[in-house]
Design a protein around this ligand. Sequence first.
Ligand SMILES: Cc1cc2nc3c(=O)[nH]c(=O)nc-3n(C[C@H](O)[C@H](O)[C@H](O)COP(=O)(O)OP(=O)(O)OC[C@H]3O[C@@H](n4cnc5c(N)ncnc54)[C@H](O)[C@@H]3O)c2cc1C
Length: 382
Amino acid sequence: MLVPESRRDVVIIGAGVIGLVTAWRALQRGLTVTLVDPEPGSKASHVAAGMLAPVSEITYGEEPMLRLGLASLDRYPAFVAELEEVTGQDTGYRADGLLHVAFDGGDLASLDDLRRFQESLGVRAEALTGRECRTLEPMLAPSVRGGLLAPDDGSIDPRRLTAALLTAVDRAGGELVRLRATDVIVERDTAVGVRLAGGGEIRADRVVLAAGPWIGDLGGLPPDIVPPVRPVKGQVLRLKTTVPFLTRATWGLVRGSSIYLVPRANGEIVVGATQEELGYDTRITAGGIWELLRDAREVLPGITELEFIEVNASLRPRSPDDVPILGAAALPGLFLAAGHFRDGVLLTPVTGDVMAEVLAGGALPALAEAFTPDRFDKRARA
Ligand SMILES: Cc1cc2nc3c(=O)[nH]c(=O)nc-3n(C[C@H](O)[C@H](O)[C@H](O)COP(=O)(O)OP(=O)(O)OC[C@H]3O[C@@H](n4cnc5c(N)ncnc54)[C@H](O)[C@@H]3O)c2cc1C
């Protein structure tokens, strides 16, 4: 692809949901933006289940992260309405709640802890008996002991979301260069652009790294400017039903391990996900699929009748403290939007707003203060 000569306001490396939403929101601020990605939307954003669940049993954690997730969930209805209006594309957004179900007594006790935690945060959660769970979802196993309905949670189809964001970026005048970035160009201690595979370059006033677990691969940067973001593999599978089977996203706790099933309007059901620290390996394994099917079958025995349509693996971008890295880096001109780990789809709206504000020269929103890249420098100095 020909890379035009003129200088941009912003160049973004990586066009997953995080790079794309940053581009769209920055374009809306009147900035000129180029995205660089050889395969836009092909990695974690392609494989993700798309649950919008800021409080779940594995995201017990720090208050700032919960506040960020809840703020993003709040923004979702308006964000989706605007995106669908601008593009005419459906994103598969559903605000019909998330049902947690427990398989044995220990799982039920964990759900009760989760309910208390949600209530302490002012998050609505309704405890349900096994029978009430089956009234909501008749295909649940008779052995389901009880559950918890988080009525404000929801889900979205990340593939549709990515496709809509690509259209929105295009309509807003954004440029997409389908090449790999190899280096950040640094001159006089300032990031001034991006070098591309094949030799071209793009000059810009602000360079954003949004390349998921690959942000550390870029050459040209001084050491320790980019915090480590490591890959965490997740395998997921997709089933298909032609009859009513599951109406809302359902998260099962089965003897302490978790499994989720996320239905789409077209009959697809996403079943996920493994969590494996194996570097950049994305092989599908028999054991991974077996564990997912084994646990899913305990919760919804009828899944064995469904058509098996797809299996994938991709890499969640995990920062050293498990929460995102947002805002200006220590090198002038360089910005980071990475490390969204298990929640990048949930955090898409709030990330776009925070990054656009900062890129447009505004102050970092208070909501994002706990997520700046310099938290790692401070820790190193302490
Ligand atoms: C199995 C699984 C299930 C998940 N489920 C959920 C969920 O239910 N809810 C939720 O909120 N989140 C979920 N996530 C997490 C979510 O998918 C991620 O947090 C999110 O997609 C991260 O988006 P990203 O844009 O940072 O990264 P990615 O989507 O990985 O995008 C990074 C992009 O950078 C590009 N790139 C890499 N190197 C270069 C380079 N040198 N030059 C140019 N481009 C480059 C890649 O091509 C890619 O397009 C899940 C993830 C997985 C793996």
